[in-house]
Design a protein around this ligand. Sequence first.
Ligand SMILES: [Zn+2]
Length: 293
Amino acid sequence: MATPLTADRLLKALRDEGLEVHEYRSWRTHNRNSKGPWGPVNGVMIHHTVTKGTASSVELCYEGHSSLPGPLCHGVIDKSGAVHLVGNGRANHAGLGDRDVLNAVVNETALPRDNEADTDGNRHFYGFECINLGDGQDPWPEAQKLAIEKVAAAICRAHGWSQRSVIGHLEWQPGKVDPRGFSMDTMRSRIAKRLGAKPDGPKPQTPKPPAKYEPFPGSAFFRMGRESRIITAMGKRLVAEGCGRYEEGPGPEWTEADRKSYAAWQRKLGYSGDDADGTPGRTSWDKLRVPNV
Ligand SMILES: [Zn+2]
């Protein structure tokens, strides 16, 4: 029995275990607490998503769907072993399961077979969705299994639990098959071994993904004869802003039509004279937000 970890403590526990952790949108305040209690927490539950692709799986687990609103778990473990936090608090992942299983988790004794669905699991379990199709064919890369081991160990360590506090959805709710493709007994042995050693310690977190917008390439970039996808992307943005002065295009080659269009954008921003001569400058470029395509 334990009070749920705060967002900061959860994040620190995962990073201290050596995991790469990404914070998705407003995960810290995203939960289903208005629908029922969260805590006391007693264990960690592992799932598979029945999806592929990291970005779409993370979004789905955050948003949920019409019949099951998100968050659908606390974190998503992708195939490279990175963890994406999507919820903090009660989450729609465990559903109703077996009271005897919960008691075994609380007491950290051997698990009975799950044959009843009489107990609210969303109140008592942290949930982690692992990206896998769950068809018995989709592989489980070692990096992903290692991340499952580390996530579970991090939370057990934070609460003073043993590996017996970690179960699969299939051990909780009759009819569930996830996670499919490795054995929870084997995973619990790995977690036990890890809990017997010190945590790996934080690893350097990967830098943010590249900017969504094209950085300013410098005024000299824009000269007659220059051809670049950046110029096409710029032209499309100018058209979208109502500044397009193209007979045809926009295209990749810098033309007089591009210059006139850009000058219209500069005037729209309030520039005049030489400041609206159609040669891009840094300030007007940054305001145009040319997508990095
Ligand atoms: Zn599940």
